[in-house]
Design a protein around this ligand. Structure first.
Ligand code: F6R
Length: 357
């Protein structure tokens, strides 16, 4: 039930800190070690490459998951859009492990890949919010998101939960391989939970951003580099699906190769700057678009800010920044849709669970 919330989407955005804390509990044993099914651990240890298969928001979580699996656990990982995979099946490695990421566990595009994978005799792990869902039943292993029911069509808490579970899987794999890590994942996820909470308490500021930048615009661009680029893709999807504003996420360095031609006087550009190693370069991209008339809003991480009027996110581990930086984008999209009189929880032409191919 919505309780005192006007929409499920806002309720579900607000639930994200609790979801983070629940995931920490569910994936931790009494000795504070990661608790994971031994079979899952073994399946990851035995594979030489992970193939992530997903759609929509879950695909965006997969892009971040790839970074975790490669940077933390050193497992080569590819991410594929489920509906494309059947026609564009890449040359598979010798010992592939398929990871299906799906909030509902029912997405038909993923299921048809899973059927194929099962025929080929490869192992499949499903990361889902729904125990007993089709994908979970038909794959060898399941990891649950523990996000609680997600009712709003636009996915929010399932996305942050997917990234959290992928981070835990990556850390567990790294530990199983004997790699040294310079952070305690559960402690860092606890810091993420607190950071999201702090942001949800400041939603008036984000409502103002939605009013200032998005109340009448036809389009909006999200720019970032590395992890920030992937989060920008998710920010753009959130905005288009519930506010119907044409929104696109671009890699900062790609702007000059074409898309900068789209910038006009007043075009809103939301720039993400949470990654220290690309902070200067993304800021040059912001200057490039501002020079051409863009109305830029910068979302940065504490310590990386350069201007007074940026939205500054509480400091978190750099790899986990996407779990926090997506929250202002969810809230900005929510308020943009609200101010444009859109049906926030049930956007036109969309269904919560896509069971057709
Ligand atoms: C976006 C959204 C969709 C889903 C996609 C996959 O907010 O909800 O893009 O993410 O349809 O759904 P699942 O994760 O259930 O496989």
């Amino acid at each position: 039930e919505k309780g005192t919330y006007p929409h499920f989407m806002l309720k579900e955005i607000d639930e994200q800190p609790f979801v983070m804390r629940r995931i920490i509990q569910e994936y931790q044993d009494d000795q504070d070690n990661i608790k994971l099914d031994e079979d899952v651990r073994q399946a990851v240890a035995d594979c030489d490459r992970i193939y992530i298969i997903a759609a929509g928001t879950s695909y965006h979580a997969g892009l971040i998951g790839k970074e975790f699996l490669e940077k933390i656990a050193q497992v080569p990982t590819e991410v594929h859009i489920a509906s494309e995979f059947s026609y564009n099946m890449p040359l598979l490695s010798e010992k592939p492990l398929f990871v299906f990421i799906s909030q509902s566990g029912e997405t038909a595009d993923l299921r048809s890949v899973l059927v194929e994978v099962n025929k080929l005799g490869h192992k499949a792990l499903t990361i889902t919010n729904v125990q007993g869902s089709t994908l979970s039943r038909e794959s060898h292993y399941t990891l649950l998101l523990h996000a609680g029911p997600e009712i709003a069509v636009a996915s929010t808490k399932a996305y942050t939960a997917q990234m959290a579970v992928l981070a835990i899987l990556a850390v567990d794999t790294a530990q199983a391989k004997g790699l040294t890590l310079d952070f305690d994942p559960m402690k860092e996820l606890g810091i993420v939970a607190n950071a999201i909470e702090a942001l949800c308490d400041q939603n008036e500021k984000l409502e103002q951003v939605a009013k200032d930048y998005l109340s009448t615009t036809r389009n909006c661009f999200f720019i970032g580099r590395g992890l920030d680029y992937h989060v920008g893709l998710e920010g753009a999807l959130k905005l288009k699906e519930i506010s119907y504003i044409q929104a696109e996420g671009f890699a900062g360095g790609e702007l000059k190769h074409g898309t900068i031609a789209l910038i006009e006087e007043g075009t809103p550009v939301i720039a993400l700057a949470t990654q220290e190693h690309v902070n200067s370069s993304i800021r040059s991209n912001v200057s490039e678009v501002v020079t051409r008339g863009a109305n830029a809003c910068i979302i940065s991480l504490e310590g990386l800010e350069r201007e007074g009027d940026e939205i500054i996110l509480p400091s978190v581990h750099t790899l986990l920044a996407p779990l926090v930086s997506v929250v202002p984008m969810q809230l900005i999209s929510y308020y943009a849709a609200l101010h444009r009189d859109c049906d926030v929880d049930k956007p036109r032409n969309l269904a919560k669970s896509v069971t057709v191919e």
